[in-house]
Design a protein around this ligand. Structure first.
Ligand code: BG6
Length: 492
């Protein structure tokens, strides 16, 4: 059981809260991780009728409720824990005193503020927390991405939050780091000698990191159209995954060491700017197409904008390079996109061919070894090795997969990424959270790409919904003599 804590969600009736945070907190209830006195405060700028509040919460946890017994015991207990609070974040007098009073009445030693609000409100929110005496006891703050929209705004935001909270009490969340297999990547890399010496340019040909989504705008047009995939997914999730694949082993596993190693990787990323952006990046936008045999609208159609109205990218592919001894010459191909064929997130480590072929061509083409780390929807690890085809007199080589499916290997129900991460905040463990230096360094690499796209007026390539993205992205790899591995492909 976690220690007693109060959690206050700003933007509590918003999309992120209802889709991810409340269900994650329900997971605490289901797992018996709440102490009796722990409370959840859900702030919203407008008063929500109690019936509407109840039905929204119930809809948000619907998928988590396992059975009738769960519904009869945990749901009422969870509902009891919730306290709706009407609060205007920007208004000093707008409900802050009531919030402070409410919390004081039942104060737990640890209080966690989750800012699920637009970044421009973050500073005001922190200031009001401070001025109303709420930054007391073990006060911790969770900042949800986006942390700024570029380097300058991120620095400004980090500096303003730092006026009221110490860096150790600031938890910048990237929910990808809460996914079980992402954490497993560290275990895999640093506890298996087999992967030790081969984990470098001496044995690895290239790395692919793909996050493909089937969803489109999902009613987030206002946010998304200003941001695009580079800032929504690459600046954070994809770069964090790249760091975990590429970082040096820390001498000891703790938050400071991990963050320091990740930072070194970010610093070593070779710049992409107007001189190489066209060779090293591809941006795309989904057009109409077929998803599960149903017509899906294109991005502009969904946005309600005429053709040419927006060139925001919903797809990005990048050929990144890390300029250090371990990784020199190994491309890291990153890609992410919405409305792609399949929802999947995977890391593929493709090894080099054997240094000398002892078999002649009659055995068939010999594939290089490949390690696939599956993050979602399935979680597991797959190692492709070459073997002799059985029951054949002649020698024929065939690649086969050694598969470790985490769902089969380990029983028990899995915690959602947000549940796992909030538990870490309660425990004061920031290993899986991002230091301000990392956020800023990531922007230092992303900004020139964004600027180059703007100044060169680079083309946003259309791709059909339900496809694997623009052909130009295939071409980028073909030029290097490589090709994408389809994420989530059972036959890959
Ligand atoms: C969020 C992005 O950070 O991650 C969304 O803002 C995206 O655009 C989401 O859909 C993907 O997360 P997951 O866990 O569903 O892969």
């Amino acid at each position: 059981m976690a220690e007693a804590f109060d959690i206050i969600i700003f933007g509590g009736m918003g999309d992120l809260s209802l889709r991810k945070l409340i269900p994650a907190l329900y997971g605490f209830e289901y797992d018996g991780e709440f102490t009796e006195e722990s409370r959840i405060y859900i702030t919203s700028h407008r008063a929500v009728e109690s019936e509407e509040f109840k039905s929204k919460i119930q809809a948000s946890i619907e998928e988590q409720v396992k059975d009738d017994a769960d519904s009869a015991t945990n749901v009422p207990r969870f509902m009891q824990r919730l306290n709706p609070v009407v609060l205007d974040i920007a208004d000093h007098a707008g409900g802050w005193d009531e919030l402070a009073k409410n919390i004081e009445n039942n104060a737990c030693a640890t209080r966690i503020f989750f800012l699920s609000i637009p970044p421009y409100l973050s500073e005001t929110c922190c200031k009001n927390l401070y001025q109303h005496g709420l930054v007391a006891g073990n006060a911790r703050i969770i900042l949800e991405k986006p942390i700024g929209v570029d380097l300058e705004s991120a620095q400004k935001l980090n500096a303003s939050v730092a006026q009221y909270f110490k860096e150790d009490d600031i938890y910048r969340i990237d929910h990808y780091l809460g996914k079980e297999t992402v954490q497993n990547l560290l275990a895999l890399r640093f506890t298996n000698i087999l992967l030790g010496d081969v984990w470098s340019n001496s044995s690895i040909d290239h790395v692919q990191i793909s996050i493909s989504e089937t969803v489109g705008l999902e009613g987030r047009a206002g946010f998304y159209n200003d941001v695009g995939a580079l800032r929504d997914m690459v600046q954070n999730h994809l770069l964090q995954l790249l760091c975990l694949v590429a970082m040096e082993p820390p001498h000891e596993m703790n938050a400071d060491n991990i963050r320091a190693e990740k930072l070194k990787v970010l610093k070593a990323l070779k710049p992409i700017d107007s001189t190489n952006v066209n060779m090293a990046t591809v941006r795309g936008q989904y057009d109409s197409g077929l998803m599960d045999d149903q017509r899906a609208a294109g991005y502009l159609e969904e946005l309600g904008t005429e053709q040419g109205g927006s060139n925001t990218e919903t797809y990005v592919a990048i050929r990144a390079e890390i300029g250090n001894w371990r990784w020199a010459g190994v491309p890291f191909y990153l890609r992410t996109g919405k409305r792609l064929k399949r929802r999947a997130a995977e890391i593929v480590i493709e090894f080099k061919p054997v240094v000398h072929q002892v078999f002649n061509e009659s055995v068939g083409a010999i594939q290089p070894n490949r390690l696939t780390i599956k993050l979602q929807p399935d979680e597991g690890v797959e190692l492709t090795l070459n073997t002799k085809q059985l029951h054949q007199r002649e020698m024929k080589i065939k690649p086969v997969n050694l598969e470790l499916d985490f769902a089969d290997a380990f029983d028990g129900h899995r915690r959602a990424a947000y549940q796992r991460l909030i538990l870490d905040v309660v425990a004061g463990d920031s290993t899986l959270f991002i230091h301000r230096d990392e956020v800023e360094e990531a922007w230092r690499w992303i900004n020139p790409i964004q600027d180059a796209w703007k100044t060169l007026d680079s083309v946003t390539h259309l791709y059909a919904s339900g496809s694997w993205g623009p052909q130009k992205a295939d071409f980028m790899l073909h030029q290097d003599g490589r090709s994408w591995v389809e994420p989530g492909d059972p036959s890959a």
